[in-house]
Design a protein around this ligand. Structure first.
Ligand code: SF4
Length: 359
C-alpha cells in the first residue's frame, strides 16, 4: 500500500461564523475545545502515522486554539526536518507572541485569510477583522519569522466593484506574500447568504475579474500553478499538491477527509459526536467510498487538469477521445505529450471536467 506522507488536521472552531461559510466550523461551542484537542490527540495516536513531508492545520480557524494545543498536536505528528507545516490563521486571532512561539515550534508556513482589503466589503461578508488588522497580522507574521506566507483573496463578493477588487489585489502585491490563493464566492445552500438570496456580480464580471487577477499576479512574478493558486517560484503548496496528484493523505478531526489505501473516508462532522466516538472507540467514518478503476482515473485527471503541470496524455488512454475533442475546442493544449487546460479551459473548468467524464 502506498504510504501517505501528508496529514490534514481539522480545527472546527471560529470566533464568529461568516454568512457565506459552509465549512465544518462552529462559533457556538468554545467549551468543547479542550475535549476536542484531547480527542484529536487520541485519534492521531491510534493511527499508524508515517514520517510526514507535509502537515496542514486547517479549519475553521486553527488559531482560535491556544498555542499550547497547536504545539501539542504537532508534536504527535512525526515529520521530516524539511517538512512543510502549514497553519491557517485569521487576522484578529494572532499576535506577535503567539506567532513567534508557533514559528519556533515548527510551523513554517502561514496561510492568512484576508479575503479583501476593503473595510466595507469585509463588513458585508461578516469577517471579524478590518483591512488594517489584516495588514498588521501579515507584518506581525513576518516579524515573528514566517518567511513563507500565503494570503487568501475572495472575489465576486456582494456589492463588489472592480475598483475595490483592484485595490485589494494591489495591496496583496505590495505586501509581497510568497503565495496567493484566489476564491470566487460561491453561495452555498443552507448558508445565511443563500437564505437572504444575496446578490453577487454577473458571470461576465466574474470571468473578467478572474482573468484580471490571473494576469496581474502573473505580471507581478507569481506563477499561476493551479486554477486558484499563485506562488513565487519554489513556494507552491506542497501539501495541496498531494491532493492535486491524487496521492494518499491522513485526515484527522471532525469532518476531515482522509484518503488511504484507495478509500476516501470522511470523519464524523458533529464535534460532540466525534469526541464521543473517539472516546468510546467507535468507528469515526461518516462516509466512505472505494475509489478504483475509471472513477479513480477520472478523479486524477480532474485534479491534474487544475494544475499548470497538467498530465501525460498517454497515462490515461481511456480518455483519449475526450482529450482530442477538448483540444479541438481550444480548452486543452498539448505540448510534448503533456496536456493542460488553456486560459479558456481554466475559466470553464467545470464544463471541461464534465466533458472529460463523458465517454
Ligand atoms: S473564518 Fe473561515 S471557516 Fe470560519 S466561518 Fe469564516 S469562512 Fe468559515
Amino acid at each position: 500500500m502506498e504510504t501517505a506522507r501528508a496529514a490534514y488536521v481539522h480545527i472546527p472552531f471560529c470566533v464568529s461564523k461568516c454568512p457565506y461559510c459552509d465549512f465544518n466550523s462552529y462559533d457556538n461551542i468554545p467549551e468543547l475545545k479542550d475535549d476536542y484537542v484531547k480527542a484529536l490527540i487520541r485519534e492521531i495516536r491510534a493511527a499508524d502515522v508515517s514520517v510526514l513531508d507535509t502537515v496542514y492545520f486547517g479549519g475553521g480557524t486553527p488559531t482560535s486554539l491556544p498555542v499550547r494545543d497547536l504545539a501539542a498536536l504537532l508534536t504527535r505528528l512525526p515529520h521530516t526536518e524539511v517538512a512543510e507545516i502549514t497553519l491557517e490563521a485569521n487576522p484578529g486571532t494572532v499576535d506577535f507572541r503567539g506567532l513567534s512561539l508557533l514559528r519556533r515550534m515548527g510551523f513554517n508556513r502561514l496561510s492568512l485569510g484576508v479575503q479583501s482589503f476593503d473595510d466595507a466589503t469585509l463588513a458585508r461578508i461578516g469577517r471579524i477583522h478590518t483591512a488594517a488588522e489584516a495588514r498588521t497580522a501579515y507584518i506581525t507574521a513576518r516579524r515573528a519569522g514566517f518567511d513563507n506566507i500565503g494570503l487568501d483573496l475572495m472575489f465576486a463578493l456582494p456589492g463588489e466593484k472592480f475598483d475595490t477588487l483592484k485595490f485589494s489585489l494591489g495591496e496583496i502585491i505590495r505586501l509581497g506574500p510568497e503565495h496567493v490563493s484566489v476564491y470566487e464566492l460561491s453561495v452555498e445552500e443552507g448558508t445565511p447568504f443563500a437564505r437572504s438570496r444575496v446578490e453577487t456580480p454577473s458571470d461576465d464580471y466574474k470571468a473578467d475579474a478572474y482573468l484580471y487577477i490571473a494576469d496581474t499576479l502573473s505580471a507581478a512574478g507569481y506563477d499561476h500553478y493551479e486554477v486558484s493558486n499563485f506562488a513565487r517560484p519554489g513556494y507552491e503548496s506542497r501539501h495541496n499538491s498531494t491532493y492535486w496528484r491524487n496521492e494518499p493523505y491522513f485526515g484527522f478531526g471532525a469532518g476531515a477527509t482522509e484518503y488511504l489505501g484507495g478509500i476516501r473516508r470522511r470523519k464524523i462532522s458533529s464535534v460532540p459526536e466525534y469526541i464521543d466516538a473517539v472516546n468510546s472507540g467507535k468507528d469515526l467514518g461518516e462516509f466512505e467510498e472505494r475509489v478504483t478503476g475509471r472513477e479513480k482515473d477520472f478523479e486524477t485527471v480532474s485534479l491534474m487538469l487544475r494544475t499548470r503541470r497538467g498530465l501525460r496524455a498517454d497515462d490515461f488512454p481511456a480518455f483519449a477521445d475526450s482529450f482530442r475533442r477538448l483540444t479541438e475546442k481550444g480548452m486543452l493544449t498539448r505540448d510534448k505529450g503533456r496536456l493542460r487546460a488553456t486560459r479558456q479551459g481554466l475559466l470553464l473548468l467545470n464544463d471541461l471536467l464534465c466533458e472529460v467524464g463523458e465517454k
